[in-house]
Design a protein around this ligand. Structure first.
Ligand code: C2O
Ligand code: CU
Length: 484
């Protein structure tokens, strides 16, 4: 047989293999939803807010009654949420007390290259520290920070090294959107657990090594059979009959979700999208369902006043079966006053057009071969080449715009550091309804071709583009571009 793994191809085209848990799992919707705490600066001065985070191992209760060892920012999964004001410099000192090197990348951030978390720019284990400086001269958005160590991002993020970093600005604050307790970041991620509660992951589990199927699982992507939201299995949350702003982040290694509400609201769309990866949309957009690939963010408003008090509204995953068809549940428990609304204009649109492009490039995300001699093996490549820190596959000029055609053999969520983009087309047709806005990650299906309009603003230096299926990334599906 194929060992402990099952093919995960039914999971909405995610490439990956399903790893089953051996631990006793709770019934869905029994554990309350945790919300990660907002980190306080250790010091603020005229120039910056300073934060300190210790990366450490910790035992936490994820499955009721069992302890799971995680690697977490401040020992938490998700890590504490950092909140920054646009243009206010944020300095985060990360101390690595883990037994392995780490790298921190602020995903979606416009960050100078030396602070961007280049895959080989590690913080040594055993107590070394690095100061990451984030200018955050960019609009309000849902960013996240996570580990990015070359070849080991999959296992290190799986173990818990991920958290939210929200950017706020005056323009957003002036909008009457839901705020405070009605604005909730939701990190969705799948995991599998051994009988003792420890996380199962192929490369880290000596008992699993050399079992048939493990290599393939590692190469395809790892899918777990437990869906966690903010680190809790299929949680539930009591809500008022009011509007809520939900910031969805798919923090999974390889799983895609098709989010929907069950029951759908009797009137109006389930989700009113107000923001994409990189910030608010010019105008809101209603969706009945949202496909979300690893690393994508969708900032939405859900109006629970459309439901009678007493309704239990399941956040469903239409790509999954059985327990994998559940994400979490919202229980509408009380009536409440609500003066929030979603205005028909959110932020000023920044006009960009294909005519602004000064170059066209093509990148094929597909299988290939890497290594030398007897170590040659199948890997994931970009334009047929595995990642090499010494080779840049594009030189782009700071301040210019380019059209990039990205082609995928199987499903690959493709992410660019530094540069944000708009999706121009898919397979020669227009973008999906959920493609609008500035993005940093595009969800590409098998045999799909998309054109993106990329704007290279910010900083000079070497940055990466890669597949955000973290096992693909670790299997070399990454490429450098130099901003000159
Ligand atoms: Cu979210 Cu290069 O990563
Ligand atoms: Cu991929």
């Amino acid at each position: 047989d194929g060992g402990p793994f099952e093919r995960g191809a039914s999971a909405g085209g995610s490439t990956g293999r399903l790893l089953r848990s051996q631990a006793h799992l709770p019934a869905p919707f029994t554990v309350p939803l945790p919300v990660p705490p907002v980190l306080k600066p250790v010091r603020s001065d005229g120039a910056a807010d300073h934060y300190e985070i210790t990366q450490r191992a910790a035992a936490v209760e994820i499955l009721p009654g069992l302890q799971t060892e995680i690697w977490g920012y401040d020992g938490r999964f998700p890590g504490p949420t950092i909140e920054s004001r646009r243009g206010r410099r944020t300095v985060v000192t990360h101390r690595n007390t883990l037994a392995v090197p780490t790298v921190v990348h602020l995903h979606g951030g416009k960050t100078p290259a030396e602070h961007d978390g280049y895959p080989t720019d590690v913080i040594r284990p055993g107590g070394a520290a690095k100061e990451y400086v984030y200018p955050l001269d960019q609009p309000a958005a849902t960013l996240w920070y996570h580990d990015h160590r070359m070849d080991f991002t999959g296992p290190q993020v799986y173990r818990g090294l991920a958290g939210f970093h929200l950017v706020r600005d005056d323009e957003e604050e002036a909008l009457p959107l839901p705020k405070g307790e009605r604005e909730i970041p939701l990190l969705i991620g799948d995991r599998a657990f051994a009988a003792d509660g420890s996380l199962r992951y192929p490369a880290l589990d000596p008992a699993l090594r050399d079992r048939p199927g493990v290599e393939e699982a590692y190469r395809d992507g790892v899918l777990g059979d437990v869906i966690l939201v903010n680190g809790a299995p299929w949680p539930r949350m009591a809500v008022s009959a009011a509007r809520y702003r939900l910031r969805f982040l798919n923090g999974s290694n390889a799983r895609r979700y098709r989010l929907a509400l069950d029951p759908p609201p009797p009137s109006g769309p389930a989700f009113v999208q107000i923001g994409s990866d990189a910030g608010l949309l010019p105008a809101p957009a209603g969706h009945a369902r949202i496909d979300i690939a690893p690393a994508e963010r969708f900032d939405v408003v859900v109006d629970f006043s459309a439901y009678p008090v007493g309704t239990k509204v399941r956040l469903a995953n239409e790509f999954g079966e059985g327990n994998l068809s559940h994400v979490m549940r919202f229980d509408v428990v009380r009536k409440a006053a609500d003066d929030s609304r979603v205005p028909s204009r959110l932020v000023a649109a920044e006009p960009v057009s294909r005519r602004d492009a000064v170059a066209n490039r093509k990148f094929l995300f597909g299988r290939g071969v890497g290594g030398h001699g007897e170590h040659r093996q199948a890997m994931w490549t970009v334009n047929g080449k595995p990642f090499d820190t010494r080779r840049a596959d594009a030189r782009v000029r700071l301040g210019t715009t380019e059209v990039w055609r990205i082609i995928a053999d199987v499903h690959h969520p493709v992410h660019l550091h530094l540069a944000h983009f708009q999706i121009l087309s898919r397979n020669g047709r227009g973008p999906r309804a959920t493609d609008r806005g500035w993005k940093d990650t595009i969800d590409l299906g098998g045999s799909e071709v998309a054109e993106i309009l990329v704007r290279f603003t910010g900083y000079r230096g070497r940055y990466v583009m890669h597949c955000h299926n973290l096992e693909h990334e670790d299997m070399m599906m990454m490429s450098n571009f130099d901003v000159v």
